[in-house]
Design a binder for this molecule. Sequence first.
Ligand SMILES: CC(C)(COP(=O)(O)OP(=O)(O)OC[C@H]1O[C@@H](n2cnc3c(N)ncnc32)[C@H](O)[C@@H]1OP(=O)(O)O)[C@@H](O)C(=O)NCCC(=O)NCCS
Length: 119
Amino acid sequence: MHIRPETPGDIIGHVMFSPMAAPVRALGLAPVSVAPDHQKQGIGAQLIRRGLSQAQMDGWQASFVLGNPDYYTRFGYSVDIAKGFTNVFAGPYFMALELTPGALKTPFAVSYAAAFDQL
Ligand SMILES: CC(C)(COP(=O)(O)OP(=O)(O)OC[C@H]1O[C@@H](n2cnc3c(N)ncnc32)[C@H](O)[C@@H]1OP(=O)(O)O)[C@@H](O)C(=O)NCCC(=O)NCCS
């Protein structure tokens, strides 16, 4: 999902959600980016909220993200909920969000798409 300004061709924001290997239908949020000149105007929040809303409508049950809790908790992601889940990034910056109530009740192993192994 992208957000474009008035000038055709200029992309000022981008967010990606990719399917994760997990026993529930889970999406990894990464990356999200907004052009420096357009940051702090709510564009990142808009991209994330619209992405999560679409994911929920499409039947995705959960989402995970690695990032700064100061930012992602405002969208409902939680470090506490992610505790106990097995992931290479598990720790204080690994967060989870239920899109379907109860989807994350029992911790499991979850991994990002293979492309993220290159990071
Ligand atoms: C993170 C990013 C996408 C936010 O986009 P944005 O459109 O500026 O975000 P919003 O306008 O929705 O929100 C701005 C808020 O996010 C906060 N914020 C931005 N980056 C942050 C970070 N890395 N950690 C914590 N908070 C951050 C700002 O301080 C601001 O806080 P406030 O609402 O309390 O004033 C943007 O700063 C960016 O592209 N950063 C570089 C790439 C990056 O770090 N991506 C995330 C990791 S994949």
